[in-house]
Design a protein around this ligand. Structure first.
Ligand code: PLZ
Length: 393
């Protein structure tokens, strides 16, 4: 629950955009942070290394997909980690081009603005943008006529071949389930086909799991649903329970490519943030949060599908785990209805439920409850949504 300055209580279906996965002020996180603050708050890892950083790196190396040798480097924000993944891929391949997808969101820094698809509000008036960023078509089952994963991958690969060239391509960067772009779940096989193409052509396959990572989707990492093993995986948000921390984790031979001192930053892997991350990873394991995310999906999806059955404005229900969305359209079409989406979100807030919108057309309502949400609040939040949909008919 979020309590505002006027004393109103709101059920949180947002988690501060997928950050407070273990709940806000999770007792384990609070205790770990307090202990670390009392010990030391900063040394700069590049000057005086400390144990917490190494333990976070070892944990991420162990829990990310694949049992190959890995390395991890820590930063502060999702965008910073995405930028560094690109730097690492370029150093490893000696190539420059970066391929991203339609509807992608990777951040607001100069390089990541170039990688982000949507102009307003992320890019408008903020150019010029970084070069050597190319955009390929995504698999978007609701909007591409149900093109299967293999066909959608063939279409993307054709674009890359014709417009970029494999031998110029350092990295393909993709969100396994898109976040800001509309919780788009690619058709089965799409991610695997893209990863296979990368493997065949020496291109670094980078999974941006900033929003999907750390148990959110009912797996530790969303790539696992498709049995895809990224070369580099980027995490942030849910990793440290609200403390700013991000990571790039990946194949040792790729991660070792940059020269010594080539990657860094004053605060990256801050000890307090690392202490929080270790507590988050303990909570995920010991409290069974991957299973909890699946249980949340099992509650949410049938109720939203039932809503869809009786309401043609709900064009699509999709997502995994505790990352679920509905795409709103004009009945009988796929024409986006952003006005209805904004209306439902505003009504939800007024009724005591925090929901977020997303999508290129602003017509997707997304639900990202903390995995600590009790069943009765989850049900109550869904009751509120159902009521609003009925009232706006
Ligand atoms: N990659 C997949 O979802 C952050 C953005 C909110 P930072 N998404 C929330 C906003 O409007 O600024 C995000 C993401 C994916 C990268 C990022 C960037 O992470 O920590 O916000 O830099």
């Amino acid at each position: 629950m979020v309590v505002d300055v006027d004393g109103n209580s709101l059920i949180d279906f947002g988690s501060g955009i997928a950050v407070t996965t273990v709940g806000n002020s999770n007792p384990r996180v609070v205790a770990a942070v307090a202990e670390q603050v009392a010990a030391f708050t900063h040394t700069c890892f590049m000057v005086t290394p400390y144990d917490g950083y190494l333990r976070v790196a070892e944990r991420l190396n162990a829990i990310t997909p694949g049992d190959h040798e890995k390395r991890t480097v820590l930063f502060n924000s999702g965008a910073e980690a995405v930028e560094n993944a690109v730097k690492i891929a370029r150093a490893h391949t000696g190539r420059q081009a970066v391929v991203v997808f339609d509807h992608a969101y990777h951040g607001r820094t100069n390089l990541t603005m170039a990688m982000t698809a949507k102009n307003m509000p992320y890019k408008h008036g903020f150019g010029p943008f970084a070069g050597e960023v190319y955009r390929a078509p995504l698999s978007y089952p609701f909007r591409d006529g149900g093109l299967d994963g293999a066909a959608a991958a063939a279409r993307a690969i054709d674009t890359i071949d014709k417009q970029v060239g494999a031998t110029n391509t350092a990295a393909v960067v993709i969100e396994p389930i898109q976040g800001e772009g509309g919780f788009v779940v690619p058709a089965p096989g799409f991610l695997a086909a893209m990863a296979a193409w990368c493997r065949d052509h020496g291109v670094v396959f980078v999974a941006d799991e900033v929003q999907t990572g750390v148990a959110r989707t009912g797996a530790l990492f969303a790539c696992e649903h498709e049995e895809v093993m990224p070369d580099l995986i980027v995490t942030a948000k849910g990793l440290a329970g609200g403390m700013p921390l991000s990571a790039v984790t990946g194949r040792a031979e790729v991660m070792d490519a940059p020269h010594t001192g080539g990657l860094g930053g004053t605060y990256g892997g801050n000890p307090v943030a690392c202490a929080a991350a270790l507590a988050v990873l303990d909570a995920v394991e010991e409290d069974g949060l991957v299973e909890r995310a699946r249980a949340i999906e099992a509650t949410m999806v049938p109720r939203l599908r039932a809503l869809q059955q009786g309401d043609a404005r709900v064009g699509d229900v999709r997502g995994r785990g505790a990352m679920i969305a509905v795409e709103l359209v004009r009945p009988g079409t796929t024409e986006p209805d952003a006005a209805l989406t904004a209306q439902v979100a505003a009504a939800a807030h007024a009724e005591g439920l925090i929901v977020l919108t997303c999508g290129t057309w602003g017509n997707v309502l997304r639900f990202l409850p903390p995995l600590s949400i009790p069943d009765h609040l989850l049900d109550e939040g869904l009751d509120i949504l159902e009521r609003i949909f009925r009232a706006t008919r």
